[in-house]
Ligand binder design. Structure first.
Ligand SMILES: Nc1ncnc2c1ncn2[C@@H]1O[C@H](COP(=O)(O)OP(=O)(O)OP(=O)(O)O)[C@@H](O)[C@H]1O
Ligand SMILES: O=P(O)(O)OC[C@H]1O[C@H](OP(=O)(O)OP(=O)(O)O)[C@H](O)[C@@H]1O
Length: 314
Protein backbone atom coordinates (compact mmCIF):
# COMPACT_ATOMS: atom_id res chain seq x y z
CA UNK A 1 0.00 0.00 0.00
CA UNK A 2 2.74 2.40 0.99
CA UNK A 3 4.56 1.58 -2.28
CA UNK A 4 1.42 2.21 -4.36
CA UNK A 5 0.77 5.51 -2.58
CA UNK A 6 4.38 6.56 -3.10
CA UNK A 7 4.19 5.65 -6.81
CA UNK A 8 0.93 7.57 -7.20
CA UNK A 9 2.44 10.60 -5.52
CA UNK A 10 5.53 10.43 -7.74
CA UNK A 11 3.58 10.09 -11.01
CA UNK A 12 0.27 11.87 -10.37
CA UNK A 13 -0.51 12.51 -14.05
CA UNK A 14 -0.30 8.82 -15.02
CA UNK A 15 -2.39 7.67 -12.06
CA UNK A 16 -4.99 10.39 -12.67
CA UNK A 17 -5.22 9.35 -16.37
CA UNK A 18 -5.74 5.70 -15.40
CA UNK A 19 -8.51 6.67 -12.97
CA UNK A 20 -10.16 9.08 -15.43
CA UNK A 21 -10.31 6.32 -18.07
CA UNK A 22 -13.11 4.66 -16.14
CA UNK A 23 -15.20 7.85 -16.36
CA UNK A 24 -14.69 8.35 -20.09
CA UNK A 25 -17.62 7.96 -22.51
CA UNK A 26 -18.82 4.36 -22.54
CA UNK A 27 -17.82 2.35 -25.61
CA UNK A 28 -20.19 -0.49 -26.49
CA UNK A 29 -17.74 -3.13 -27.61
CA UNK A 30 -18.63 -6.25 -29.61
CA UNK A 31 -16.06 -9.04 -29.28
CA UNK A 32 -16.30 -11.94 -31.69
CA UNK A 33 -17.29 -15.44 -30.79
CA UNK A 34 -15.83 -18.25 -32.89
CA UNK A 35 -12.39 -18.71 -34.35
CA UNK A 36 -11.44 -15.01 -34.20
CA UNK A 37 -11.99 -14.81 -30.44
CA UNK A 38 -8.67 -16.04 -29.04
CA UNK A 39 -6.57 -13.83 -31.32
CA UNK A 40 -8.56 -10.73 -30.41
CA UNK A 41 -8.44 -11.49 -26.67
CA UNK A 42 -4.65 -11.98 -26.96
CA UNK A 43 -4.27 -8.70 -28.86
CA UNK A 44 -5.98 -6.87 -25.98
CA UNK A 45 -3.97 -8.83 -23.38
CA UNK A 46 -0.69 -7.92 -25.08
CA UNK A 47 -1.75 -4.27 -24.90
CA UNK A 48 -2.21 -4.69 -21.15
CA UNK A 49 -6.02 -4.92 -21.34
CA UNK A 50 -7.45 -8.05 -19.78
CA UNK A 51 -10.80 -9.38 -20.96
CA UNK A 52 -12.43 -11.74 -18.50
CA UNK A 53 -15.39 -14.02 -19.12
CA UNK A 54 -17.37 -15.16 -16.08
CA UNK A 55 -17.53 -18.69 -17.50
CA UNK A 56 -17.40 -20.42 -20.88
CA UNK A 57 -21.06 -19.75 -21.67
CA UNK A 58 -21.08 -16.16 -20.46
CA UNK A 59 -21.43 -13.55 -23.18
CA UNK A 60 -20.71 -10.38 -21.19
CA UNK A 61 -16.99 -10.08 -20.46
CA UNK A 62 -15.40 -7.42 -18.31
CA UNK A 63 -12.57 -5.28 -19.66
CA UNK A 64 -9.79 -4.22 -17.28
CA UNK A 65 -9.14 -0.80 -18.88
CA UNK A 66 -11.36 2.04 -20.05
CA UNK A 67 -15.13 2.17 -19.85
CA UNK A 68 -16.42 -0.65 -22.02
CA UNK A 69 -19.78 -2.34 -22.13
CA UNK A 70 -18.61 -5.55 -23.80
CA UNK A 71 -20.50 -8.43 -25.34
CA UNK A 72 -19.47 -11.61 -27.15
CA UNK A 73 -21.32 -11.96 -30.47
CA UNK A 74 -21.07 -13.73 -33.83
CA UNK A 75 -19.06 -11.54 -36.22
CA UNK A 76 -21.81 -11.52 -38.87
CA UNK A 77 -24.21 -10.00 -36.31
CA UNK A 78 -21.64 -7.53 -35.02
CA UNK A 79 -21.45 -5.78 -38.38
CA UNK A 80 -25.23 -5.30 -38.49
CA UNK A 81 -25.23 -3.90 -34.96
CA UNK A 82 -22.62 -1.32 -35.93
CA UNK A 83 -24.82 -0.24 -38.82
CA UNK A 84 -27.93 0.04 -36.63
CA UNK A 85 -25.85 1.88 -34.01
CA UNK A 86 -26.47 -0.38 -31.01
CA UNK A 87 -22.71 -1.19 -30.76
CA UNK A 88 -19.88 1.35 -31.17
CA UNK A 89 -16.90 -0.86 -31.95
CA UNK A 90 -16.63 -4.48 -33.01
CA UNK A 91 -14.62 -7.14 -34.75
CA UNK A 92 -15.43 -9.08 -37.89
CA UNK A 93 -14.06 -10.39 -41.15
CA UNK A 94 -13.69 -8.19 -44.21
CA UNK A 95 -15.42 -10.99 -46.17
CA UNK A 96 -18.66 -10.45 -44.26
CA UNK A 97 -18.56 -6.70 -44.86
CA UNK A 98 -18.62 -7.50 -48.57
CA UNK A 99 -21.12 -10.35 -48.21
CA UNK A 100 -23.56 -8.19 -46.24
CA UNK A 101 -22.94 -5.24 -48.57
CA UNK A 102 -21.83 -2.96 -45.72
CA UNK A 103 -18.93 -1.15 -47.35
CA UNK A 104 -19.25 2.54 -46.50
CA UNK A 105 -21.83 1.73 -43.77
CA UNK A 106 -19.25 0.77 -41.13
CA UNK A 107 -15.87 2.40 -40.55
CA UNK A 108 -12.84 0.07 -40.71
CA UNK A 109 -10.47 1.34 -38.01
CA UNK A 110 -7.87 -1.40 -37.94
CA UNK A 111 -6.82 -4.43 -39.95
CA UNK A 112 -5.40 -6.78 -37.33
CA UNK A 113 -4.06 -8.97 -40.20
CA UNK A 114 -4.99 -11.94 -38.01
CA UNK A 115 -6.87 -15.02 -39.29
CA UNK A 116 -5.99 -14.42 -42.94
CA UNK A 117 -8.21 -16.32 -45.36
CA UNK A 118 -8.84 -16.41 -49.10
CA UNK A 119 -12.34 -16.74 -50.47
CA UNK A 120 -11.94 -19.10 -53.41
CA UNK A 121 -13.94 -20.97 -55.99
CA UNK A 122 -12.98 -24.64 -55.96
CA UNK A 123 -14.05 -27.72 -57.87
CA UNK A 124 -13.15 -31.39 -58.38
CA UNK A 125 -12.55 -30.56 -62.07
CA UNK A 126 -9.72 -28.00 -62.36
CA UNK A 127 -10.96 -27.06 -65.88
CA UNK A 128 -14.59 -26.51 -64.93
CA UNK A 129 -14.49 -22.79 -65.79
CA UNK A 130 -13.32 -23.60 -69.32
CA UNK A 131 -16.01 -26.22 -69.92
CA UNK A 132 -18.74 -24.14 -68.25
CA UNK A 133 -20.90 -27.20 -67.60
CA UNK A 134 -21.55 -29.35 -64.58
CA UNK A 135 -21.60 -33.07 -63.82
CA UNK A 136 -22.89 -35.16 -66.76
CA UNK A 137 -23.44 -31.98 -68.81
CA UNK A 138 -25.93 -30.41 -66.37
CA UNK A 139 -26.19 -26.65 -65.74
CA UNK A 140 -23.49 -25.68 -63.21
CA UNK A 141 -24.50 -25.81 -59.55
CA UNK A 142 -22.41 -23.44 -57.43
CA UNK A 143 -22.73 -23.76 -53.65
CA UNK A 144 -21.67 -21.36 -50.92
CA UNK A 145 -22.42 -19.73 -47.58
CA UNK A 146 -21.49 -16.46 -49.30
CA UNK A 147 -24.58 -15.64 -51.31
CA UNK A 148 -23.83 -12.04 -52.42
CA UNK A 149 -20.15 -12.67 -53.16
CA UNK A 150 -20.85 -15.85 -55.12
CA UNK A 151 -23.72 -14.47 -57.20
CA UNK A 152 -21.62 -11.41 -58.07
CA UNK A 153 -18.75 -13.71 -59.09
CA UNK A 154 -21.08 -15.87 -61.23
CA UNK A 155 -22.17 -12.71 -63.07
CA UNK A 156 -18.62 -11.40 -63.49
CA UNK A 157 -17.49 -14.73 -64.94
CA UNK A 158 -20.56 -14.89 -67.20
CA UNK A 159 -21.39 -18.38 -65.98
CA UNK A 160 -24.71 -20.08 -66.62
CA UNK A 161 -25.23 -21.47 -63.13
CA UNK A 162 -27.68 -22.16 -60.34
CA UNK A 163 -26.68 -20.85 -56.90
CA UNK A 164 -27.16 -23.12 -53.89
CA UNK A 165 -26.98 -21.57 -50.38
CA UNK A 166 -25.19 -23.75 -47.79
CA UNK A 167 -24.91 -23.54 -44.01
CA UNK A 168 -21.42 -24.97 -43.42
CA UNK A 169 -19.62 -28.15 -44.56
CA UNK A 170 -19.75 -26.73 -48.11
CA UNK A 171 -16.73 -28.76 -49.25
CA UNK A 172 -18.79 -31.95 -48.88
CA UNK A 173 -21.18 -31.05 -51.70
CA UNK A 174 -19.16 -31.81 -54.87
CA UNK A 175 -19.31 -33.75 -57.07
CA UNK A 176 -22.91 -35.02 -56.60
CA UNK A 177 -24.65 -31.99 -55.10
CA UNK A 178 -22.61 -29.15 -56.59
CA UNK A 179 -19.98 -28.62 -59.29
CA UNK A 180 -18.19 -25.62 -57.78
CA UNK A 181 -18.07 -24.26 -54.25
CA UNK A 182 -17.13 -20.79 -53.00
CA UNK A 183 -15.66 -20.92 -49.50
CA UNK A 184 -12.89 -19.56 -47.35
CA UNK A 185 -9.60 -21.36 -47.05
CA UNK A 186 -6.78 -20.85 -44.58
CA UNK A 187 -4.44 -23.86 -44.56
CA UNK A 188 -6.13 -25.46 -47.57
CA UNK A 189 -6.49 -28.77 -45.73
CA UNK A 190 -10.31 -28.94 -46.02
CA UNK A 191 -10.16 -28.40 -49.79
CA UNK A 192 -7.44 -31.03 -50.13
CA UNK A 193 -9.26 -33.55 -47.95
CA UNK A 194 -12.28 -33.22 -50.25
CA UNK A 195 -10.39 -33.44 -53.54
CA UNK A 196 -11.08 -29.83 -54.54
CA UNK A 197 -8.86 -27.61 -56.72
CA UNK A 198 -8.87 -23.83 -56.50
CA UNK A 199 -10.16 -22.50 -59.82
CA UNK A 200 -10.28 -18.81 -58.83
CA UNK A 201 -9.35 -16.56 -55.89
CA UNK A 202 -12.15 -14.08 -55.37
CA UNK A 203 -10.90 -12.03 -52.41
CA UNK A 204 -8.75 -12.06 -49.31
CA UNK A 205 -9.93 -11.35 -45.79
CA UNK A 206 -8.67 -10.95 -42.23
CA UNK A 207 -10.00 -9.99 -38.82
CA UNK A 208 -10.66 -6.26 -38.70
CA UNK A 209 -11.90 -3.76 -36.15
CA UNK A 210 -14.83 -1.59 -37.16
CA UNK A 211 -16.65 1.36 -35.61
CA UNK A 212 -20.16 2.65 -36.18
CA UNK A 213 -20.47 5.90 -38.08
CA UNK A 214 -22.38 7.39 -35.13
CA UNK A 215 -19.58 6.57 -32.67
CA UNK A 216 -16.97 8.14 -34.96
CA UNK A 217 -19.12 11.28 -35.21
CA UNK A 218 -19.24 11.59 -31.40
CA UNK A 219 -16.11 13.50 -30.34
CA UNK A 220 -15.81 11.89 -26.90
CA UNK A 221 -16.29 8.34 -28.16
CA UNK A 222 -14.03 8.91 -31.13
CA UNK A 223 -11.18 10.01 -28.84
CA UNK A 224 -11.55 6.82 -26.78
CA UNK A 225 -11.75 4.65 -29.90
CA UNK A 226 -8.59 6.25 -31.29
CA UNK A 227 -6.79 5.53 -28.02
CA UNK A 228 -7.82 1.88 -28.26
CA UNK A 229 -6.67 1.68 -31.89
CA UNK A 230 -3.31 3.19 -30.96
CA UNK A 231 -2.79 0.61 -28.20
CA UNK A 232 -3.76 -2.35 -30.38
CA UNK A 233 -1.73 -1.06 -33.34
CA UNK A 234 1.27 -0.77 -31.02
CA UNK A 235 1.01 -4.50 -30.30
CA UNK A 236 0.71 -5.27 -34.01
CA UNK A 237 3.80 -3.15 -34.80
CA UNK A 238 5.76 -4.74 -31.96
CA UNK A 239 4.93 -8.27 -33.12
CA UNK A 240 6.62 -7.56 -36.44
CA UNK A 241 9.80 -6.23 -34.89
CA UNK A 242 12.64 -7.04 -32.52
CA UNK A 243 14.82 -4.73 -30.47
CA UNK A 244 18.49 -5.06 -31.37
CA UNK A 245 21.02 -3.61 -28.96
CA UNK A 246 24.78 -3.67 -29.40
CA UNK A 247 27.93 -1.91 -28.30
CA UNK A 248 30.40 -0.21 -30.59
CA UNK A 249 33.63 0.26 -28.73
CA UNK A 250 35.85 3.32 -28.95
CA UNK A 251 37.87 3.46 -32.17
CA UNK A 252 35.00 2.44 -34.48
CA UNK A 253 33.20 4.93 -36.69
CA UNK A 254 29.79 5.25 -35.03
CA UNK A 255 28.38 7.57 -37.73
CA UNK A 256 29.03 5.13 -40.57
CA UNK A 257 27.41 2.29 -38.57
CA UNK A 258 24.33 4.40 -37.75
CA UNK A 259 23.94 5.27 -41.43
CA UNK A 260 23.76 1.58 -42.33
CA UNK A 261 21.09 0.63 -39.79
CA UNK A 262 17.63 -0.24 -41.15
CA UNK A 263 15.48 2.16 -39.18
CA UNK A 264 13.17 4.92 -40.34
CA UNK A 265 13.96 7.16 -37.39
CA UNK A 266 17.16 7.85 -35.48
CA UNK A 267 18.33 4.93 -33.31
CA UNK A 268 18.91 5.46 -29.60
CA UNK A 269 22.63 5.91 -28.90
CA UNK A 270 24.06 6.20 -25.39
CA UNK A 271 27.63 6.67 -24.34
CA UNK A 272 29.33 3.78 -22.56
CA UNK A 273 30.92 4.17 -19.16
CA UNK A 274 34.09 6.27 -19.15
CA UNK A 275 33.62 7.17 -22.84
CA UNK A 276 34.44 3.61 -23.90
CA UNK A 277 32.23 3.79 -27.00
CA UNK A 278 28.48 3.64 -27.62
CA UNK A 279 25.46 1.44 -26.97
CA UNK A 280 23.08 1.44 -29.92
CA UNK A 281 19.43 0.40 -29.77
CA UNK A 282 17.22 -0.05 -32.78
CA UNK A 283 13.81 -1.66 -33.48
CA UNK A 284 13.95 -3.61 -36.74
CA UNK A 285 11.67 -5.89 -38.73
CA UNK A 286 12.09 -9.46 -37.43
CA UNK A 287 12.83 -10.79 -40.90
CA UNK A 288 15.92 -8.53 -41.13
CA UNK A 289 17.43 -9.76 -37.85
CA UNK A 290 19.28 -12.82 -39.27
CA UNK A 291 20.97 -10.58 -41.87
CA UNK A 292 21.58 -7.68 -39.51
CA UNK A 293 23.30 -9.51 -36.62
CA UNK A 294 26.27 -10.84 -38.67
CA UNK A 295 26.61 -7.40 -40.28
CA UNK A 296 26.75 -5.71 -36.87
CA UNK A 297 29.56 -8.11 -35.95
CA UNK A 298 31.39 -7.29 -39.21
CA UNK A 299 31.09 -3.56 -38.43
CA UNK A 300 32.89 -4.17 -35.11
CA UNK A 301 29.77 -4.40 -32.91
CA UNK A 302 29.89 -6.49 -29.73
CA UNK A 303 27.43 -7.65 -27.07
CA UNK A 304 24.54 -7.90 -29.51
CA UNK A 305 21.24 -8.54 -27.75
CA UNK A 306 17.99 -9.26 -29.59
CA UNK A 307 14.82 -8.93 -27.53
CA UNK A 308 11.08 -9.13 -28.12
CA UNK A 309 9.08 -5.91 -27.96
CA UNK A 310 5.58 -5.92 -26.50
CA UNK A 311 4.34 -2.53 -27.71
CA UNK A 312 5.70 0.04 -30.15
CA UNK A 313 4.16 3.49 -30.60
CA UNK A 314 5.85 5.71 -33.17
N1 LIG B 1 -9.79 -20.92 -41.09
C1 LIG B 1 -10.92 -20.24 -41.16
N2 LIG B 1 -12.05 -20.86 -41.53
C2 LIG B 1 -13.21 -20.22 -41.55
N3 LIG B 1 -13.38 -18.92 -41.27
C3 LIG B 1 -12.29 -18.24 -40.93
C4 LIG B 1 -11.02 -18.86 -40.83
N4 LIG B 1 -10.16 -17.94 -40.44
C5 LIG B 1 -10.85 -16.82 -40.31
N5 LIG B 1 -12.12 -16.97 -40.61
C6 LIG B 1 -13.13 -15.93 -40.59
O1 LIG B 1 -14.04 -16.13 -39.53
C7 LIG B 1 -15.28 -15.55 -39.86
C8 LIG B 1 -16.34 -16.57 -39.61
O2 LIG B 1 -16.57 -16.57 -38.29
P1 LIG B 1 -17.68 -17.53 -37.69
O3 LIG B 1 -17.76 -17.22 -36.25
O4 LIG B 1 -18.91 -17.54 -38.50
O5 LIG B 1 -17.09 -18.92 -37.99
P2 LIG B 1 -16.30 -19.81 -37.02
O6 LIG B 1 -15.32 -18.97 -36.29
O7 LIG B 1 -15.78 -20.92 -37.87
O8 LIG B 1 -17.42 -20.27 -36.03
P3 LIG B 1 -18.33 -21.57 -36.13
O9 LIG B 1 -17.37 -22.68 -35.88
O10 LIG B 1 -19.31 -21.31 -35.03
O11 LIG B 1 -18.92 -21.59 -37.52
C9 LIG B 1 -15.22 -15.14 -41.31
O12 LIG B 1 -15.02 -13.74 -41.42
C10 LIG B 1 -14.02 -15.90 -41.83
O13 LIG B 1 -13.38 -15.27 -42.91
O1 LIG C 1 -8.34 -24.09 -45.17
P1 LIG C 1 -8.68 -24.66 -43.83
O2 LIG C 1 -7.61 -24.40 -42.82
O3 LIG C 1 -9.03 -26.13 -43.92
O4 LIG C 1 -9.94 -23.87 -43.22
C1 LIG C 1 -11.10 -23.59 -43.96
C2 LIG C 1 -12.29 -24.34 -43.45
O5 LIG C 1 -12.61 -23.92 -42.13
C3 LIG C 1 -13.96 -23.44 -42.08
O6 LIG C 1 -14.82 -24.44 -41.74
P2 LIG C 1 -15.38 -24.60 -40.27
O7 LIG C 1 -14.44 -25.44 -39.48
O8 LIG C 1 -15.71 -23.28 -39.66
O9 LIG C 1 -16.69 -25.43 -40.55
P3 LIG C 1 -17.92 -25.03 -41.48
O10 LIG C 1 -17.52 -25.32 -42.90
O11 LIG C 1 -19.00 -25.93 -41.01
O12 LIG C 1 -18.20 -23.57 -41.25
C4 LIG C 1 -14.22 -23.00 -43.52
O13 LIG C 1 -15.61 -22.94 -43.82
C5 LIG C 1 -13.48 -24.03 -44.32
O14 LIG C 1 -14.25 -25.18 -44.49
Amino acid sequence: MADAAAAAAAAPEVYAAAEAEEKMPEIRLALCKGRMKDGVFKLFADAGIKITLGNERAYRPTVSWGNFDAKLLKPQNILGMLVQGSRDVGFGGHDWVLELDLEGKVVEIMDTKMDPVRIVAAAPDPDVLKSGVGRGGRKLIIASEYSTITQKWIKEKGLDATFLRTWGATESLPPEDADIIVDNTATGSTLKANGLHIVDTILTSSTRMFASKAAMADEGKRAEIEKLVMLLESVKAARERKMVTFNLLKGHDIDSVIEKLPCARMPTVSELYHGGGYAVQVAVHSKLVPSLVPLIKSWGGTDVIVTAISQLVS
